[in-house]
Structure formats: structure tokens, C-alpha cells
Design a protein around this ligand. Structure first.
Ligand code: N01
Length: 542
């Protein structure tokens, strides 16, 4: 534990608001509620430091894939003025330094209990409070409970027969050891080629003796176009910061990418190719916004998907290998797209092998090897880059019990039910930051986080002033919002991939589209209208 924190252990705190999670969302909530709204707050954090996913995901090559300037807090001009990002996409250590800097600068550590993983939270109807219990014995009571536990934080470890017998090291990208892991000269197997896999694979390939990549579904990835920022770059970014922030706030994605009104089908083939080449050369994640209909029109999407497939063939000269790496079964962007630095090229190295486990699935692990149904691979290290139980995992792992003894797991047994993604009926005074039913994962999550923090804080402040501190989403408002979330997703190509947006990442998870696909701008408008209408859809009582 590198920073001072509120004492942990077997004791109790009584506050206005209990916040769960000290990542970007939890810390923003703490600062806003405590320093701006004057409430008492305790943040309960499972990790030994602040940072959330940026604390745990310490794997080699981990960095943000949204421009650092856009993946920053916007509440403090002083913070902006004193913090300089060193690279276009900050590395995990630099992001963690930033979060710690924020926690120190705004004196947040004193209200964070580290090493305190929440196991239960119970609504006490008689007193109108939440009682929260942590694994380490700490208990907390608050009028409000804010779950800031992240959409991609509940680590997914697929069951693999015999894994406990493996004599080598087993690692997960999202739970990477804090102490250095030396992979030099070792035989390493990586399972998974999502955003984490495509970062760790090129990062470790040059130093390991042998790298075997077990790929179930090929990935669409475009070059990140990563760059180290010079003083001149930073000066330019600083100068454009106000306009850039305005663009973020008003965009559907929270990205500072100019919005085009052009369909991919508006351009002839040559113009379209030129446009894609330009985007390919610089856009990174923004490639998905090269035209305005890539996520809603299959014919348009095909033009982008074909362009990327062509690039994979250029990047990987061996046609058989290139074909194995080429996604063909779902539209580009329907699963969360990746940006990479040298991912496909890594497979051209003599020490890297691609194993297509859609053809021959993983079968078992023995003391020395990982076996597919056809082949044995002798390994020293197995790295799971298999992602998360997305969106609902971190909310359902603790047992949260609301009104009448109903647990959140029971309430959400057919999929998450929320009003605006912020609250759920039967769970009074509980709020969720960047949860299911909000745009969160479908754009720059930092923009969602700040919007949620502001909106929830204003609701709590106004309810206190009006003498109605008990706030609950009405069941009909919740039901109507769920219909709206489904309706926003229905016409999109998101519905055509077995993605974590749809709950396909965990066997048995309800298959419902979880984030709100109507865009951040529209969502912000919806939330503002609800507030202006006296928080329509919420029951507020004394
Ligand atoms: O996880 P994923 P991730 N057997 O779910 C495979 C954010 N993020 O950690 O596609 C075999 O995307 C799975 O295969 P399939 C970002 O939002 C951001 O990579 O299910 N394979 C897939 O290939 C991202 O989207 C950053 O067939 C199995 C991979 O494992 C999200 O986190 C960096 C399997 C999982 O991919 C999650 O990314 C990293 C099994 N049982 C992450 N189960 C940046 O900002 C899963 N797989 C840069």
C-alpha cells in the first residue's frame, strides 16, 4: 500500500454515502459529493490502491486506446494545467500515476478504505439506510449506496480441465501480479485475442522463447498510431483543450472525432478507399466513425470490414495464416473493436504460433502442457486474456439486497433492469455509475462517468433540499427504459455478434443487449429532461 488510507479492519463507519470502488468513477464521486456537495463519504475499494481497472490490469503492453487527453478528468482546470501526458495513449503505469496524483491532490485517500472488498449490501427499510459489509470485517452504513465498480472489472477465468495441475505459472491480464514477471526465454501460451490479448501479445513476443496464441474468434483491429508526445504536441493539445472538451461532451461517442454525415455508400469505391486510407493512417479507434452508418448498415459495414481484411492480408504475407487471423463471422464494430501496435505482424515472427481453437478447442491442461483436442503445447506460462463478466459481473458478485429481501441477482435474473442505467426499482437510494442501460461501454467511458457523477450528485442535493431523501426508480419507468435500451440496439449491427455487450461472454448469462446504444449526446439530453421534469420516473419521499 503506497499511500495513506483510511484505516481498514474490523470497524465501522457511518456516512451519508457509501461508494463502492475507487477507480475513476468512485474517486470522481467522492470529490463531487464531499468537496462540492458537502456530504460525508466513504469509498470501499478491494485493491490495495486506487485506480480500479488501471490498478489491476498491469500486464505488459497495457495502455489506453482512447487519446490520453480525452481519457482525463475535466473538473479541474488546475489539474489540466499541471498534468502532462507523455504519450498519445498513456501506458497503464502512467494512468495509475495520474489517478494517484488526483487522489493526493484532492486529498481523497483519507476517505478511501483500501483492501476492503464488499461482500454484502442490505437495504434497511426501517431506517432508510444501506448496511455494507466487507471481506476484511469493515462495515459501513450510509443513506446512499453508489456502485462505481466498473463495467469491465469482474475477471473471467474460464474453466479449463486440469488447470490446477499445471506446474508452470498461470496469469490473467486483468489480475497481473504487482511484482515483475520475467517472461524472458520462456514458453508462453496466451488465450484470447480481445483488446488485452492484442496488447500483451506484441509486447511479450520479442522476449519470450516461444509464444503460442490460442484464438477462438479473430479480431478486427486498426493501427493505434501511437506516438510519444513532444512539447509542441502538448502545447497544441493544451491550446485546443476547450474545443476538444466541448466536442467530447456533445458527441455521441465521447471521442474527439469530427462527426461525418456521410454514409459509406455515398462515396464511389475509389473515394471511399482514399478516405479509409486516410483514416487508417491516423484515426485509431475513430476508424469506426469514418462514415456515419458503419454500425447500422450492413452494406456500409462490409466496405470497412473488407478494407480491414485487405490490410490484414498485407500485414501477414502467409495467406493461410492471414486467413486464420481474418474475422468473417460478424460485422466490424459489432464486438468492441481493437486498436493495436504491430498485433498482426507479431504472427510473422518465427517464435510465434497461432492456434485456431474454433477448429480444435482447448481440451485440458496437464502439469507441462495445454492440450487442444488435436495437439499438445508444452508451456511454462499460461496467460488468460479472456476478459470479464462484463457490465453486470461487478454488480452481481457481492450480494445486494433491496426492498422486501429481493437480491439484485433475483431482480436481474433475466438481464439487467435499470432506469437510465442509474438506478433499479426495489433498490432505493442505490445508484450505479456507468452501469448497464447507460452508454458507458459504447464510447469514452470517462465522459459517461463524469455525466453520471454530476447527475446523481445533483439529484441527491436537490432531494435533500426538498426533504425527500429516499429516492427510488419507479417500476414502470424502469420497464419503459429497458424497452428503450432494446429499441436503441435493435436496428444496429451490434445484434449480429456474440459479444459481451449481449452477455455472450459468459455461458448461461441472459442474452440481452446491455448498454444504451442511442449515443451519449441523446442520453445526456434524456437525463437532463428527466431532471427538469422534477426527476420524472423516480419516487422521492421523506
Ligand atoms: O476481453 P475480451 P479483453 N476459451 O472479452 C477469448 C477493455 N480494454 O480483456 O471472442 C477461449 O474483449 C475471447 O474469444 P471470443 C475494452 O473495452 C481496454 O481483451 O469470445 N477463448 C476473446 O478473444 C475491451 O473490449 C483496453 O471467441 C476465450 C478474449 O478471450 C475489454 O476491456 C485494453 C474464452 C476476450 O476478449 C475487454 O478486453 C484492454 C474461452 N473460454 C481491455 N473466453 C484499452 O483501453 C474468452 N475467450 C486498450
Amino acid at each position: 500500500m503506497s499511500q495513506p488510507s483510511a484505516p481498514t479492519g474490523d470497524h465501522h463507519v457511518d456516512v451519508d454515502v457509501v461508494v463502492v470502488g475507487a477507480g475513476f468513477a468512485g474517486l470522481a464521486m467522492l470529490r463531487e459529493l464531499r468537496d462540492v456537495r458537502g456530504m460525508s463519504v466513504r469509498v470501499l475499494e478491494a485493491g490495495d490502491d486506487v485506480g480500479g481497472v488501471w490498478f489491476w490490469n498491469r500486464y505488459p503492453g497495457a495502455r489506453c486506446d482512447v487519446d490520453s487527453t480525452d481519457y482525463s478528468y475535466t473538473f479541474s482546470p488546475e489539474l489540466d494545467a499541471e498534468w502532462d501526458w507523455s504519450e498519445r495513449y498513456a501506458t497503464q503505469p502512467e494512468i495509475l500515476r495520474y489517478v494517484r496524483h488526483v487522489a493526493e491532490k484532492f486529498d481523497l485517500y483519507r476517505d478511501v478504505s483500501l483492501g476492503s472488498r464488499v461482500t454484502t449490501a442490505d437495504w434497511d427499510e426501517a431506517t432508510g439506510h444501506w448496511d455494507v459489509v466487507c471481506e476484511n470485517g469493515l462495515t459501513a452504513r450510509g443513506r446512499y449506496l453508489v456502485m462505481a465498480t466498473g463495467c469491465l472489472s469482474a475477471v473471467k477465468r474460464p474453466e479449463l480441465d486440469g488447470i490446477e495441475d499445471f506446474a508452470g505459472q498461470v496469469l490473467h491480464t486483468a489480475d497481473w501480479p504487482a511484482e515483475p514477471v520475467d517472461l524472458t526465454g520462456r514458453r508462453v501460451g496466451v488465450i484470447g485475442t480481445g483488446s488485452s490479448g492484442i496488447q500483451v501479445i506484441p509486447a511479450i513476443a520479442p522476449s519470450v522463447e516461444q509464444l503460442v496464441v490460442f484464438q477462438r474468434t479473430p479480431t478486427f483491429s486498426v493501427p493505434a498510431r501511437h506516438q510519444v508526445l513532444t512539447d509542441a504536441d502538448r502545447a497544441a493539445l493544451r491550446a485546443e483543450l476547450p474545443q476538444r472538451r466541448e466536442l467530447l461532451r456533445n458527441s455521441p461517442t465521447g471521442l474527439s472525432v469530427p462527426i461525418t454525415r456521410r454514409s459509406a455508400l455515398d462515396d464511389d469505391e475509389e473515394t471511399r478507399r482514399r478516405h479509409y486510407e486516410e483514416q487508417w493512417a491516423s484515426a485509431g479507434f475513430g476508424f469506426l466513425l469514418a462514415y456515419n452508418d458503419l454500425l447500422v448498415n450492413k452494406a456500409s459495414n462490409d466496405t470497412a470490414a473488407d478494407f480491414i481484411r485487405g490490410k490484414i492480408a498485407e500485414r501477414v504475407p502467409d495467406p493461410e495464416l492471414a486467413e486464420k487471423l481474418t474475422p468473417r463471422t460478424y460485422p466490424y464494430g459489432a464486438k468492441r473493436p481493437c486498436v493495436d501496435t504491430g498485433f498482426y505482424e507479431t504472427f510473422n515472427r518465427p517464435n510465434v504460433t497461432l492456434v485456431d481453437i474454433s477448429e480444435s478447442p482447448l481440451a485440458k491442461v496437464t502439469a507441462t502442457s495445454l492440450h487442444t483436442t488435436t495437439t499438445e503445447y508444452e508451456l511454462d506460462v499460461i496467460v488468460f486474456a479472456t476478459g470479464f463478466d462484463a457490465m453486470t459481473g461487478s454488480l452481481l458478485r457481492p450480494t445486494i439486497t433491496g426492498r422486501d429481501g429481493e437480491t439484485l441477482r433475483e431482480h436481474w435474473r433475466s438481464g439487467p433492469l435499470t432506469y437510465l442505467g442509474l438506478a433499479t426499482a426495489g433498490f432505493p437510494n442505490m445508484f450505479i455509475v456507468a452501469g448497464p442501460g447507460s452508454p458507458s461501454l459504447l464510447g469514452n467511458v470517462m465522459v459517461s462517468i463524469e455525466q453520471h457523477v454530476d447527475w446523481i450528485s445533483e439529484l441527491l442535493t436537490r432531494s435533500a433540499a426538498e426533504g425527500t431523501p429516499t429516492i427510488e426508480a419507479a417500476p414502470d419507468a424502469e420497464a419503459e427504459w429497458v424497452v428503450r435500451v432494446n429499441a436503441a440496439a435493435a436496428p444496429t449491427l451490434y445484434m449480429e455478434a456474440a459479444s459481451y455487450y449481449l452477455g455472450a461472454e459468459v455461458p448461461g448469462k441472459p442474452r440481452v443487449f446491455m448498454p444504451y446504444a442511442g449515443g451519449l449526446r441523446r442520453y445526456r439530453r434524456e437525463c437532463d429532461e428527466v431532471a427538469q421534469a422534477g426527476y420524472r420516473g423516480f419516487t422521492r419521499t421523506a
